[in-house]
Every structure is written in C-alpha cells, then in structure tokens.
Design a protein around this ligand. Structure first.
Ligand code: GCU
Length: 357
C-alpha cells in the first residue's frame, strides 16, 4: 500500500545499474551537496588533539571520561572545539559511536552514557554549537562558519550549517581513530532531529562510519520530501526558521519538490553498502514517520541491487514493538513524541550488535 504512494509521486530511482555503484554514489553525493547541503568552502590544512581532562572513576569506574580539544588549522587560522568521550574499561577494542549532540552535558538526556558503556560501546560526543552556532552569525570569534567564510564568497552551493556539523563529525572520527581501544571497523555516527539530518549526511560522506543512525530526522533528513506532509522544504527554509542549515540552491524547491532531481532516500542510499538506521516516534508528525519509513523502502533497492538485503519489511508501518532489523537498513517506530530516548539507543544498539556478531 505504501509502495503505491512512492509510485504515485514519481519518486526518482537511485540507481539503474548502468554504471558501477561507486561512481553513482559519488554523483549522488555531488547532487545532494550542490542542491541541498552545500560544499565546504575550504578544508583544514592540519589537525591536532589535546586532552585536557581525564576521570577514570566515571560510571563507578567502569569507564574513562575524557575531554579533548580538537584543533583545526586553516593555513594561519586555528579553530578549536572540545569532544567528550567515555571509553569502557574492557580488554581489547570496542565499537564506538560519534554522537552529534545539542549540549555538552555528559551524560545528557539524549545520551545515556552509562547504558551505552554497559553494552560495551564507547561514545564520543560533541556539542554542535561548539562548532558553529545554530543561528545566523552570532559570535565571530567562536564560530567555525565565520572563520570558513571570512575570505570566501557565499555562493548558491556553499555549505550551510548542517554540512559544517557533518564535517566536524568526521574530524571527531579522525580523533577516535587515534585511540588504540577503538575498533576502526565498527564506528557509528548518531544524531537526533536536526542532528539526525547531520548524522545522515556525515555517514553518507564518510565511509569510515559503518553505522549511520538518524533519530526523528524528518524533513531534509530521512523523510521523503515529495509527500508534502509534516514539515516541508518551504517551511524549513523560511528566513525565520532554518534557511541557514542549507545552501541557497535548496530554496528552489520550496513548493516545488516534484522537480527535485533527488529525494531524501538518496541521502540514505549514499551510505550503501554500509548500515543505515532510521528511528521514528509515533506522535512526531512534524518529522513524519510514514515518510521516514517510505524513504527506507525507496532506498532499499540499492542494497538489493548490490545483492544484499536492503529494507526487510511488509508494505506497512510496523507496530511500535517491532524491530525491522533484518537487512542493511534498520528501522523502528516507538510510542511517544520527538525525543532521543534510552529505548531508541537500546534498539539501535541491538541492530548494530546483531550486525557485528
Ligand atoms: C524543528 C525543525 C526540524 C528539526 C527540529 C529539531 O522542529 O523544524 O526540522 O528536526 O527542530 O532539530 O529538533
């Protein structure tokens, strides 16, 4: 039944197999950056890490808590932001999550660090506003956006803030990979809502992330845009809302979604053949569970064409108790509203663990 909706709306297919997936994936990424998230105006010339705090008694001594500054150099310019990590005190290497978060609290209401550590996972978290403010220009000295554009013109396809947060997630990953206790084969990127959009982009761009987890990411995240339900391109790109998250080209698609040469399932598919996880909440109609689910349905074809299990589901939204964990795209919808809950984390980690073991 839901598949019919995709056909009725002429949702573009991601890949016709005319060219290798590797090439098609590059083209999709270019398209998404050109039309929606924008290209970085410049990239760092050097990077360094400096640990400024360590506490081995975190979680009753089960974990090491550490704060490290990441220094990014752009020629003469330097930008520093902190990252917080909890490493379980276990023998050997552990799987790891880069969590893009709203605050610097550790733990945080969106990040149950102890539960995560108890499952044998490490977590590295950064506060997105330590990278660039979630606003138009605010404080030039403490904002990577301002530094990046200080001598660069802003063009139609120049990076908006989501792209800059995604770029920062990859720099946190650079740091994670310097840690001997991190298993480089099993790293996830995760985020909720606007940061779920960011996690999907970070995962799409950076193949070192094996798992990409977006929670309630909605419009310009997981949700198909052509359906005009919940938040729309027009609503998210108003002057008084979140125009600055995107590049200017995206504004062309206000009330004009049917002319997008892509839709949000391209963003999910750009992580193929790695693992993508989408979580929805039943009452979160703004993020629109049905459209998030439809996106998984539409993206699944890429994995199938690669000979892998894509999105294994019936053609209807699952019950809140169901976990769609069989394929490379995982999904659940839980009771309740817009939030990144412990239940979401546990269900995502169940998925990821089942793929590691
Ligand atoms: C707003 C916005 C959403 C976003 C959400 C959030 O509701 O319209 O697109 O996902 O904030 O980040 O919490």
């Amino acid at each position: 039944m839901l598949k019919t909706k995709l056909n009725e709306r002429n949702i573009p297919a991601v890949w016709d197999k005319a060219e290798p997936w590797k090439k098609r994936r590059e083209d999709i990424i270019n398209l998404l950056l050109k039309e929606e998230y924008g290209f970085m105006p410049k990239t760092h010339t050097d990077i360094s890490f400096e640990t400024v705090m360590e506490d081995s008694s975190f979680c009753a001594g089960k974990a090491l808590l550490r704060k490290t500054n990441i220094n990014l150099f752009f020629g003469e310019d330097k930008y520093t932001f902190p990252v917080y990590c909890a490493l379980p005190n276990i023998e050997g290497k552990c799987p790891f999550i880069v969590h893009i978060n709203f605050r610097s609290d550790f733990p945080d209401r969106y990040m149950p660090a102890e539960e995560i550590v108890d499952r044998g996972w490490g977590v590295l978290m950064f506060n997105y506003e330590d990278v660039t403010f979630d606003d138009y220009h605010k404080d030039g000295d403490k904002d990577l956006y301002t530094l990046l554009y200080k001598d660069k013109e802003i063009k139609e396809d120049s990076a908006g803030k989501i792209m800059i947060w995604a770029y920062a997630a990859s720099r946190v990953l650079d740091y994670a990979l310097t840690l001997p206790m991190v298993d480089p084969e099993n790293i996830a990127v995760a985020g909720h809502s606007r940061l779920g959009k960011t996690a999907l982009l970070a995962g799409a761009l950076d193949e070192r992330f094996k798992f990409v987890y977006s929670n309630d990411s909605g419009c310009s995240g997981a949700a198909i845009a052509r359906m005009n339900k919940g938040e729309t391109v027009k609503l998210i790109t108003r002057d008084e809302t979140f125009k600055y998250w995107f590049c200017e080209n995206y504004l062309k698609y206000r009330d004009n979604e049917e002319n997008m040469p892509f839709d949000q399932h391209f963003l999910l598919a750009a992580s193929a053949p790695r693992y993508v996880y989408v979580a929805s909440a039943k009452k979160d109609l703004w993020a629109d569970p049905e459209n998030e689910f439809l996106s998984c349905l539409a993206a699944g074809e890429v994995w199938e064409k690669l000979g892998l299990k894509g999105f294994v589901t019936d053609d209807k939204l699952p019950e809140t108790a169901d976990n769609l964990h069989e394929g490379f795209i995982g999904y659940h919808i839980r009771e309740g509203s817009h939030y990144l809950s412990r239940e979401d984390w546990q269900r995502f980690l169940d998925f990821a663990d089942s793929k590691i073991k």
